[in-house]
Ligand binder design. Structure first.
Ligand SMILES: [Zn+2]
Length: 238
């Protein structure tokens, strides 16, 4: 604010000086006119300039306080951001949470990171009778007798539950697990849940069967990431 005070002082001084100069050196009429002007300037200066400058100074201090407040707030935001980053790193480095990270895809989102964990086996049996081998086979098969309980591989929401209109999957269920992950259970004899229902992992969602394009009782199990079939063996609990 020093520069402001200086500029105002110089302007006032210049007015005073010019008024006094004409008062003593100018013509008589000029002196008569300039004397009251000089007095007026002196009065105005003392009455208004002082309080005005004080007001300006007061505003300046208020602004300074606001800036200090904003700086403090920004520091708080920065600290919070650091804490969140630390938390994300902890979650990503956690050995338990690797369902999402195993996909090894760049640009993972929050939901992918937090979709972590293994997939549970969809049957009590872990005996696989046909492997994942695209483009011929987009899932894995378990040959089990009809009526065997099929378990949700992970918590999620039932996205589809019904008869496959193309005739391939027969009675099937598609679960959305979030983070772009889905699991599909095909050739069921009976469905035990409905579209829109939420399920937990290991919930019985259907009974196995031989519906759709199937030559014998079995479960066809698929894992999809971003709509594309991926090898379930990468995700099933070891
Ligand atoms: Zn199959």
């Amino acid at each position: 604010m020093d520069w402001f005070v200086k500029v105002v002082s110089i302007v006032i001084f210049w007015f005073l000086l010019s008024a006094l100069m004409t008062m003593f050196q100018g013509r008589r009429s000029a002196r008569v006119i300039n004397l009251p002007i000089a007095l007026l300037i002196i009065v105005i200066t003392f009455e208004h300039a002082g309080p005005a400058l004080a007001r300006v100074n007061g505003h300046y201090e208020e602004v300074q306080q606001d800036v200090r407040g904003l700086t403090d707030a920004l520091n708080v935001v920065g600290n919070t951001r650091n804490k969140v980053n630390d938390s994300i790193e902890n979650v990503e480095n956690s050995p338990i949470i690797n369902f999402g990270s195993k996909a090894k895809l760049p640009g993972r989102t929050f939901s992918e990171i937090f979709s972590g964990g293994h997939l549970e086996w969809p049957l009590k049996s872990k005996e696989i009778t046909q492997k994942f081998s695209p483009p011929d086979h987009h899932g894995i098969d378990f040959a089990v007798e009809a009526g065997t309980p099929i378990l949700a591989a992970r918590e999620g929401r039932i996205r589809e539950a019904g008869v496959d209109s193309s005739g391939i999957y027969g009675n099937y269920i598609l679960i959305d697990h979030g983070g772009g992950f889905q699991t599909l259970y095909a050739h069921c004899s009976e469905l035990k849940t409905q579209r829109g229902k939420n399920v937990f992992d290991k919930d019985v969602i259907a009974l196995s069967g031989n519906t759709g394009n199937s030559t014998g009782p079995h479960l066809h199990f698929e894992v999809r990431y971003s709509g594309k079939a991926v090898d379930p063996m990468q995700y099933l609990r070891k």
